[in-house]
Design a protein around this ligand. Sequence first.
Ligand code: GLN
Length: 492
Amino acid sequence: MELFRKSGRELSAMMLKREISVEDLLRAHLCRIEQIENKVKAFITITEERALKLARELDRQLASGAMDDRLSDLWGIPIGLKDNLLTRGIRTTSGSKMLAEYFPPYDATVVERLTRGGTILMGKTNLDEFAMGSSTENSAFYPTRNPWDLTRVPGGSSGGSAAAVAAGEVVLALGSDTGGSIRQPAAFCGIVGLKPTYGSVSRYGLIAFASSMDQIGPLTRDVTDSALVLNQLIGYDPRDSTSVRRGTEDFTQALITDVKDIKLGVPQEYFEQNIHPEISQLTYKAIRILEKLGAQVEEVSLPHTEMALPTYYILAPAEASSNLSRFDGIRFGKRAHEVTDLNDLYSLTRSEGFGSEVKRRIMLGTYTLSVGYYDQYYRKAQKVRTLIIEDFARVFANFDVLISPTTPTTAFKLQENLQNPLAMYKSDILTVPANLAGIPAISIPIGFDSTGLPIGLQILGKHFAEATLLRVAYTLEQELGLLAKKDWGITR
Ligand code: GLN
């Protein structure tokens, strides 16, 4: 099997046994980039030279023998980072013209952590501008394409990260998930995407979209790698005021095929959202597999599901309008020239710097936060958010995990939803509730539709129950046996 189809765990074992060098592995992925990147367009910036230098340095350390006992599980592994994660001295655009020439002075906490773990950054991946979107078509640079079918979107907003992993350009990548932006592209690209519990992974150095919902998480080729990345990412960070102190956990311990003690709820409302029949069928099939293995399965109700999307599209733009006020032409990035006064500077910079989806959200958010409409929209949405949180709390009093499809459809065509924001928003209908409640959720591939496009299944859990999610996900992954057959990349 080619190196670019293997998981991080397999590859790091090969490097430890000296079967391949770090540079071999990096070159296999660079070669893949050379073959297909002009079609997929997963990256905004590729850091080839820097990566090669680091790979050679790691090979020297390996040769000196001093490294072995200190090797982390991701040591030497080529990775991608969504371009809304700050990287010191490496251009970080957030998919926007506003930051087209922005070189951050510091690394995000997650970047520090992965660097310490010995991973090799191969580049910054494409995204919808400021992570607003579900297709990566809102990038100010170019859309990314789905490696399984180049006429289709990879999902979004972490579409570049998902496509890069699915196409074998990197072994794994990080994304951010405010309303589904890790899980939805993972589903569309046939890979694993995990959104951790709110507060578990530091947001320091993540360009903020909606701060009460943003979480960073891994996009990987399998569940095992997802656990390995979580081991590195989760941890308290005093620089993020919402960071949680959790005890140290080794998530690889959760990688066992055993669901006998698991109580599994099937939220009925999630199956009533115009889900494509092939997706519901495959989801139910997966649920039956878990039931056969001893999980207790029951239907459950989350009555406020219908309200999740409208609630999200009031709260997320409200927070975004506030967060994006910092892009004023003075403090960061772009500055308009030939202005007559300060107001002119603000409005010209922002008119030129932001794309239309970002402007739409700023206007929506400014409106719902205004004195005249705050009670009617923002405050009401906060109350509904509480109802949604209570829905989950009620169900999780009796159940360990919930299972649903990740998305109502498989990957749609480029342009298909671009002129219709509402249709685009609807692809997140099954993912936004987890962000509103702050609970963890994972999407794993469970098969393909009749046209050969990947289908994702979502597992939701209680706050801090990532280990349970990983256990159920791992069990399903092993039972389905997709990994052996799986043909990553645009081989079709
Ligand atoms: N697609 C959703 C949106 O546009 C979610 C984005 C995200 O999770 N960053 O807001």
